[in-house]
Design a protein around this ligand. Sequence first.
Ligand code: ASN
Ligand code: ZN
Length: 331
Amino acid sequence: YQGIENGVGNSEYAGKVDLTTKKGANGYELTDDTRGGHSTFDLGGSESGDGKLFTNSTDTWGDGKPSNPQTAAVDAAYGAQETWDYYKNVHGRSGIKGDGKGATSRVHYGQSYVNAFWDDSCFCMTYGDGQGNNKPLTALDVAGHEMSHGVTSATAGLEYSGESGGLNEATSDIFGASVAFYAKNPEEPGSYFIGKKIDINGDGKPLRYMDKPSKDGQSLDNWSADAGNVDVHYSSGIANHFFYLLSEGSGAKDANGDHYDSPTADGSKVTGIGRDKAEKIWFKALTAYMTSTTDYKAAREATVKAATDLYGADSAEVKGVESAWAGVNVK
Ligand code: ASN
Ligand code: ZN
């Protein structure tokens, strides 16, 4: 017999998780035929090639520790699974390209590589092992962030420089956080703080903050004329802040033990419309109205159009979009 199986993984970040696997000629394989055949490969420290498909004699994978090479594979497979389900069940999109096809994940890239990246040319997701090879970059919000670069590339195609680059990065932060909220995993709860689990700077702090992006010391909270000259991982702050304001509104709020605090550029008050609607608006704007050269002003127009399509011209949602952009100085 060869076919679809229900496996169990012991992850580094997400606890014990269910994984869809496959029984093949050489035992169990980390391939998910219920999600377009997404498969997870071991680079074993190499920086090139496809790697080797993870296989196992039983259908229990990893032991929750980074010393076991399967553990990072469990987190990567879980991230791909939740990202697939998020786009399918929330936005009706089947796979990164919307064509029903799964991608591949590669783990154990290089030595102590502290990053993860999506690559359109191999339609593949790659994860480093992190500092001292023991903090793999395989957290759920990182998986969602990186694979969302594939979605952006297949849709709006936002150029990765200038203001469009900031919007590209923000789209990945928005949907990376959204994937984690969607998954409702108590070990790895959703948050507006990006990269909480990977401890990329070794100080226990998140990589980026959507409520008040400048808390990282470099990101922009609000638009200004030189936003297009700032690194895309910092100019993204403007749209991340917009998304937070649209979802939650202005004013301090505690959630999941995170202290969220989001003042507006001009002191105006913004009333949130809830994250679910904000996600729908951003997705529609990305897939129907944004293009490779969309800048912040055009992103405002795209989201107003999207909210108008979804909720009507005189809706509270359109007013929310307008007031959230005003709150980040995009007028
Ligand atoms: N983690 C980085 C990012 O998604 C990797 C890269 O491709 N620059 O922006
Ligand atoms: Zn990115």
